[in-house]
Design a protein around this ligand. Structure first.
Ligand SMILES: [Zn+2]
Length: 278
């Protein structure tokens, strides 16, 4: 059985989803011949030919802070059935006003959807007491007028309303969110993409963001069709995979389905994904 909660030193990480969405393997593994990804994925592929992936967030508790990493797809786009992140948080006894920090690993639509809610005709932060941490490089890329005119409405509903808001915290480079939790630039999927590294009582973990949508990205270094900077994405995957193996860090993958947590290990010299089961 897949598990939803792990403890790293004195830090708790919970997987909380905003639902599951189908993704086509040719979209996740760009340019990879179908027979190659079919052989690697086996029965993970549904009868319709898709790979179901979680819209995964993580709730991290440590140093007296409650941190929400990514906010799913939200409920504003009629083309995409509304997510259930808020009700899943409520099920865990977590109210929006109890979140101290929201971290967006990047600003794609499936990671910012509950950043804001509509109140009295305006979009306001869903989490009224939270600082919203976003890499400045990521913010600058997606709020450029040329990108804004091209990209979907999620930027207008869930990103731009944070501009000039006292809750927005734009950060440069590696930045400590708490003494145990650090924002780590891992560019490629998007220019300012960040992962989170956790170090507590001698134990290590990494929350990947979309460095990998599936463990195969860390094994084969295949890239996704939605990677903005493919060559950099591949380099980042390779570097992070080496680090994960060297540190024996626990890995948390928001899109990994069904097991969000696991470790990347070397077996007979081959990178292998070992999910953590309950
Ligand atoms: Zn994503």
């Amino acid at each position: 059985m897949s598990i939803e909660r792990v403890v790293v030193g004195s830090v708790e990480i919970r997987s909380v989803t905003d639902g599951i969405m189908p993704a086509h393997p040719s979209f996740l593994f760009s340019g990879v011949p179908p027979e190659m990804y079919q052989a690697a994925l086996g029965d993970e592929i549904t009868a319709e030919g898709n790979l179901p992936i979680k819209r995964g967030s993580f709730l991290v508790r440590g140093s007296g802070r409650t941190i929400l990493v990514d906010t799913g797809i939200g409920d504003k786009n009629p083309q995409l059935p509304g997510g259930d992140l808020l009700s899943n948080l409520e099920r865990l006894g977590v109210r929006p006003d109890e979140i101290d920090v929201v971290v967006n690993t990047h600003l794609h639509f499936d990671h910012v959807g509950w950043n804001c809610v509509r109140r009295n005709g305006a979009f306001v932060p869903t989490f009224p007491n939270a600082e919203y941490w976003i890499a400045r490089k990521e913010w600058d890329f997606w709020t450029d007028p040329a990108i804004l005119s091209e990209e979907g409405p999620h930027l207008r509903s869930d990103v731009l309303p944070l501009k000039d808001c006292s809750q927005l915290r734009l950060v440069d480079g590696e930045s400590a969110v708490t003494p145990e939790l650090t924002l780590l630039p891992t560019p490629g999927h998007t220019p300012g993409h960040c992962s989170l590294s956790i170090s507590s009582a001698g134990e290590q973990a990494i929350i990947l963001g979309d460095v990998a949508h599936h463990p195969l990205h860390l094994i084969r270094f295949w890239i996704a069709a939605v990677d903005e900077l493919p060559r950099i994405s591949r380099r980042t995957k390779r570097a992070l995979a080496e680090r994960l193996i060297a540190e024996q860090a626990l890995v948390a993958g928001g899109h990994f389905t069904p097991d969000s947590f696991g470790r990347l290990v070397l077996i007979d010299g081959r990178r292998t994904w070992q999910p953590i089961k309950g």
